[in-house]
Design a binder for this molecule. Structure first.
Ligand SMILES: NC(=O)c1ccc[n+]([C@@H]2O[C@H](COP(=O)([O-])OP(=O)(O)OC[C@H]3O[C@@H](n4cnc5c(N)ncnc54)[C@H](OP(=O)(O)O)[C@@H]3O)[C@@H](O)[C@H]2O)c1
Length: 287
């Protein structure tokens, strides 16, 4: 099943290449769209404490698990994030405990991320210590970061008590925000890139080069963008709360983009962000 096609993380665990994003998916909608996504073949969901839908996302997963003994928890991958206002050792412990409580019906969390580097050295360090302990305690399987720039990763990798390297760095990346240097650095460090806002929030669908490729390959603009992330070797997290888009957004594994196609699509000199960009957040000595 295409939804279970996976990469292997530096932890040795696997992660399905396509995950359903649920940012801005309201609690009222979350349970059902997650349930429908799992029925449609998705095996990976990306939430966050900030999204205020963790409980409902996990309800959707639990409903699917309860439906058929063939539906197995170990085949699924559930991610959540610690938000910036919960940086520091104690607050991160609390945030993880709260996320675990909301995930009680599904037993454990596959991946917990630092949502961004937006605090200070002391707090980031304390958070990482708490995340490492969560893995040691067994209820969190992998840990990683989001929105970290090279400088934040360098800081983390130099922690004296570093036991676990981040498994992933979840960043906004698409053909209009290539972040080549950061992606190369992560690749060299064995940190997998997760592409968020991979559809550029549907704001670039009228790009003429994207339209040309979509017509040539007989695919939609959205499918081409998801295939682009896969061609780069990234996990890709398209968000939809439209049931009819779930299956098309997963039917992307047969799309082969040639070097020529990639060159047409990619705009390495553009810097098109659709939201925040904490990868440039200053270190303490830059403030
Ligand atoms: N770590 C971070 O800081 C961070 C930041 C942003 C996002 N994320 C993660 O990444 C996920 C995806 O990013 P995102 O939600 O910002 O944006 P996105 O996935 O780039 O785009 C989502 C938008 O595209 C629409 N859409 C989805 N599939 C489509 C299709 N096939 N054709 C046309 N429109 C389509 C959706 O509409 P409908 O829903 O109405 O279908 C929605 O408006 C998030 O949900 C979240 O899990 C993480």
């Amino acid at each position: 099943m295409s939804g279970s096609i996976s990469y292997t993380l530096n932890s040795g665990n696997t992660i399905p290449k396509v995950g359903l994003g649920v940012y801005k998916t309201s609690p009222e909608v979350a349970e059902n769209i997650v349930y429908e996504a799992l029925k449609a073949g998705y095996r990976h969901v990306d939430s966050a404490a900030l999204y205020k839908n963790e409980k409902e996302v996990c309800e959707g997963i639990a409903k699917w698990l309860a439906e058929d003994p063939a539906n197995k928890r170990e085949d699924l991958f559930y991610t959540t994030k610690v938000y910036d206002d919960h940086h520091g050792y104690e607050l991160t412990k609390k945030s993880v405990a709260e996320s675990l409580e909301k995930a009680a019906k599904i037993g454990y969390i596959d991946l917990v991320l630092m949502h961004s580097p937006k605090s200070d050295y002391e707090k980031r360090h304390g958070s990482w210590k708490a995340l490492q302990e969560a893995v040691a305690e067994g209820k969190v399987k992998n840990i990683g970061v989001s929105n970290y720039g090279v400088k934040h990763l360098n800081e983390l990798l130099a922690y004296k008590d570093l036991k676990i390297k981040p498994a992933v760095n979840q960043i906004e990346v698409h053909p209009w925000l290539m972040r080549s240097e950061l992606c190369k650095y992560c690749h060299e460090q064995g940190i997998l890139i997760e592409a968020y806002s991979p559809l550029a929030k549907a704001r670039k669908f009228d790009d003429p080069d994207l339209q040309t490729l979509a017509s040539k390959l007989g695919k939609s603009a959205g499918q081409i963008l998801i295939a682009w992330s896969l061609a780069k070797g990234y996990v890709v997290l398209p968000k939809t709360e439209t049931k009819a888009r779930l299956v098309p957004n997963l039917e992307v594994f047969d799309i082969k983009l040639s070097e020529e196609d990639l060159a047409l699509l990619e705009k390495p000199n553009e810097y098109f962000t659709t939201g925040w960009d904490p990868t440039v957040y200053p270190l303490d000595d830059e403030k």
